[in-house]
Write a protein that binds this ligand. Structure first.
Ligand SMILES: NC(=O)c1ccc[n+]([C@@H]2O[C@H](COP(=O)([O-])OP(=O)(O)OC[C@H]3O[C@@H](n4cnc5c(N)ncnc54)[C@H](OP(=O)(O)O)[C@@H]3O)[C@@H](O)[C@H]2O)c1
Length: 295
């Protein structure tokens, strides 16, 4: 249960997911961004948690620059793992619940038969970001009251956050042909749906590790095509392989997450990814009319 008389501290409050929690929680949220405390200085974390005495810490702050992490592994590890260890210690001291947001990237191995990954499946993170996020999960698990939520392909933070969706829209305003990878299967997920699901988990006193993503699965290529179909841009989206795209950090080829454990709450799966995308693009429509580049 979420108590109505104690604050909930949300880190990464300027980020896509953190901002969404702060909006949903209203007055109960204490949204902390980089100006409040720097996650690369874990020492400041205990002081902040002592100051606010939250019932719950939702840690959405993270080093999320997946490719840049390959050249800044120490900073990435500090923010994504050492800071989480500090939160775990602080939450234990305050008897607070620690919610740690993690990622499908912990599943970097190619499965023999692609089947949605369950929480109990063995992880195999590839790349610095993925490894640091798994270390973050392990650090969070040291908190006596913890909830670790793996999600995937977040978008929906609004036009000022350049996720895959905004990137495609910007490119779609300029070009008639794009090449987008078609050999990574996952489930891009809307921050509103993920945040609502995390709050349901907290309301039901769930603890441990959960997968939370929109329903269904797709490739980035198909996702891009659906974006352009919904907004009515005539853009040809040709396939390109992950190898050809040659990003600095490795990406999982198959990271569809099984949400059966979340569904034991009895509320069914989250909406299908096409439904979530359509809802988000509806909110962007007034801005798209002006052109995303200029907003
Ligand atoms: N984005 C995805 O596709 C995805 C997929 C799966 C899981 N996740 C996980 O979901 C969580 C939320 O992701 P998101 O997409 O909302 O990320 P985001 O938009 O990049 O937000 C992350 C926030 O963390 C803050 N931050 C970074 N370094 C910091 C520092 N040293 N001190 C204080 N704050 C710092 C950033 O602040 P600044 O704005 O000041 O840099 C940013 O506001 C993360 O744990 C991420 O690993 C994300």
């Amino acid at each position: 249960m979420i108590k109505s008389d104690a604050p909930i501290l949300v880190t990464g409050a300027a980020g896509q997911l953190g901002k969404t929690f702060v909006r949903m929680l209203g007055d109960q949220a204490i949204g902390c961004d980089r100006a409040e405390f720097d996650l690369s200085s874990p020492d400041s974390i205990l002081a902040a948690v002592r100051r606010y005495r939250p019932q719950i810490v939702i840690n959405c702050g993270a080093y999320t620059a997946v490719d840049k992490a390959e050249t800044e592994p120490e900073l990435c590890e500090t923010i994504n793992a050492a800071a989480v260890a500090a939160f775990a210690q602080a939450c234990e001291e305050q008897d607070a619940v620690l919610v740690q947001i993690s990622t499908d990237y912990v599943f970097g191995a190619q499965p023999e038969v692609p089947t949605p990954w369950q929480e109990s499946d063995a992880t195999a993170p590839q790349g610095q970001y993925a490894k640091s996020k798994l270390h973050g999960e392990q650090a969070a698990a040291a908190a006596p009251k913890h909830l670790i939520v793996r999600t995937c392909g977040l978008y929906g933070g609004g036009p000022n956050h350049v996720s895959f969706v905004e990137k495609m829209l910007q490119l779609g305003e300029q070009r008639t042909h794009l090449r987008v990878v078609d050999d990574q299967r996952c489930t891009p997920s809307l921050v509103d749906d993920v945040a609502a699901a995390v709050l349901q988990l907290l309301e039901s006193d769930s603890r441990g590790l959960f997968h939370v993503v929109n329903d269904g699965e797709t490739t980035w290529n198909e996702f891009a095509q659906e974006i352009f179909r919904i907004v009515g841009y005539e853009v040809q989206v040709d396939p390109i392989s992950t190898a050809e795209f040659n990003a600095p950090a490795p990406r999982p080829s198959y990271s569809v997450l099984d949400t059966a454990k979340f569904q034991t709450l009895g509320k069914g799966p989250l909406p299908h990814w096409k439904d979530a995308l359509s809802r988000y693009l509806t909110t962007l429509r007034p801005i798209l009319a002006e052109g995303l580049q200029t907003s």
